[in-house]
Design a protein around this ligand. Sequence first.
Ligand SMILES: [Ca+2]
Ligand SMILES: [Ca+2]
Length: 244
Amino acid sequence: MKAHTAKKFRVQLGSGSKITAFLLALLGASGSVQAATSVNLLGDPGFDVNPLQDFTTVLNNFAAQQGKWGSEVGTIVTGTSSDGVVPNSAPSMLSMTNADGGVTTQTAQVIDVTAFAAAINAGDATFDLEAMFTTGKGYSGADAGIVAMFFTNSSYYSPNTPAQMSAGKALDADVGWETVSLHGAIPVGTQWMAVQVLYSDASLASDQSGYVDSASLTITTIPESSSYALLGLGAGALLVRRRR
Ligand SMILES: [Ca+2]
Ligand SMILES: [Ca+2]
């Protein structure tokens, strides 16, 4: 009997998906299915206002350091740099070198995303992270990268699964800015995020700076899953009526 019912249902699927599409269109027109995107959630996204904090200070004190950039070996450069880079957003930009002797040179910021908890925990939240990178005149091949990290609490020692996503790019020799961007789903249970902008140390000459400016993190939410559950119920009800 079960197989028989399933067969009947399959026959109806064509019209069912049309009805669902119709309902989606109706709700879309009324605005209740449209995605909502936040403002830029980063503090001082253009490295123009706040003094740089220490990298580990920021990562060890989420609540107290939110909105501030913490850097390993970074400095803030105001106006055009000695190697010809003009800030992407005036008046300043971040400059990093490989002087820390590690694998990468990093600058990070932590962000409380509990305001988006309902959507995140329903699996209905995505993020878009991007920043502008460039090196000085004539230098090519610097590896720039961005990292989004996810935490289940206000602590660096509460990594979610996955713990992070990243994107990177090998930069050209022109002083013009290049965008590195990353888009993904925010893992269920995430309460805090950290954003990192970085350069591979091996890709920077000892006297070379890698610049960063105009970073952005936004979160996009779609309506709570209950909207879709209602949609499913509506489509199901119509299906049953059609079958009679
Ligand atoms: Ca700037
Ligand atoms: Ca460039």
